[in-house]
Design a protein around this ligand. Structure first.
Ligand code: SAM
Length: 214
């Protein structure tokens, strides 16, 4: 995601009621915050928020939390919310490394990772969002029956992500190397911003759905 310093993005985010500012105090209280007992689905690294915003609009039966590290990117999602507010979507600006401090054990019902940054250097492998280090964090916050879905067009990152599953104690329910070529899997598929861009260039889209046996 290209980062430009958008003047005032921090201020606009600080003033937005769609962004959760005291995220550490939300741990274990997310259903109370949404005011219902609906499942909590989160997207980590949501970028400008096209995917999670569309999901929240299509699925009022779930609560959604979009997580993004950079204010300049998060600002776009905030602006979308200013145009049309969705009661079942909240946004957080944070580094996902701290995810287990924001959600209590088992509090999350589904995790989405979409077109995560590849961090191609080996020494940065643990920064990759589908790495075993992150899978350990997800293991804590995800409901024992919960699932994690990951999409990317980056073959190296996808192969890495698949190799991380066994050592981290996760199983694959689905692995596809051509999501867009599978009509059944495409049913209900919501395209992310990057997915639109890279599939239009002819890149195949890879996807897995994973879970743990608990
Ligand atoms: N998910 C969107 C999509 O598919 O269009 C955006 C993909 S973009 C390549 C990856 C996003 O993840 C960037 O906006 C980046 O800032 C965010 N990101 C990367 N590492 C993160 C982390 N540790 N915590 C939160 N966000 C992160």
């Amino acid at each position: 995601m290209r980062l430009r310093n958008i003047t005032g993005s921090r201020e606009a985010i600080a003033a937005s009621r769609h962004v959760v500012h005291e995220e550490l105090s939300c741990r274990g209280r997310w259903q109370e915050i949404f005011g219902n007992g609906n499942p909590i689905h989160i997207e980590i690294g949501m970028g400008k928020g096209k995917f999670i915003y569309t999901m929240a609009r299509l699925h009022p039966e779930n609560n959604y939390v979009g997580i993004e590290k950079y204010s300049s990117v998060l600002l776009r999602a905030v602006q979308k919310m200013e145009e049309e507010e969705l009661p079942n979507l909240k946004l957080i600006r944070m580094d996902a490394e701290e995810i287990a401090e924001v959600f209590a054990p088992g509090e999350v019902d589904r995790i989405y990772l979409n077109f995560s940054d590849p961090w191609p250097k080996d020494r940065h492998a643990k920064r990759r969002l589908p790495s075993r280090q992150f899978l350990e964090r997800y293991d804590v916050i995800l409901n024992p029956r919960g699932q994690l879905e990951f999409k990317t067009d980056n073959r190296e990152l996808f192969d890495f992500a698949v190799e991380e599953l066994e050592p981290a104690g996760w199983q694959a329910k689905l692995i596809t190397y051509d999501l867009h070529g599978d009509a059944a899997l495409m049913e209900g598929n919501v395209m992310t911003e990057y997915e639109e861009k890279f599939s239009a260039m002819g890149n195949p889209i890879y996807k897995y759905i994973i879970y743990r046996e608990k």
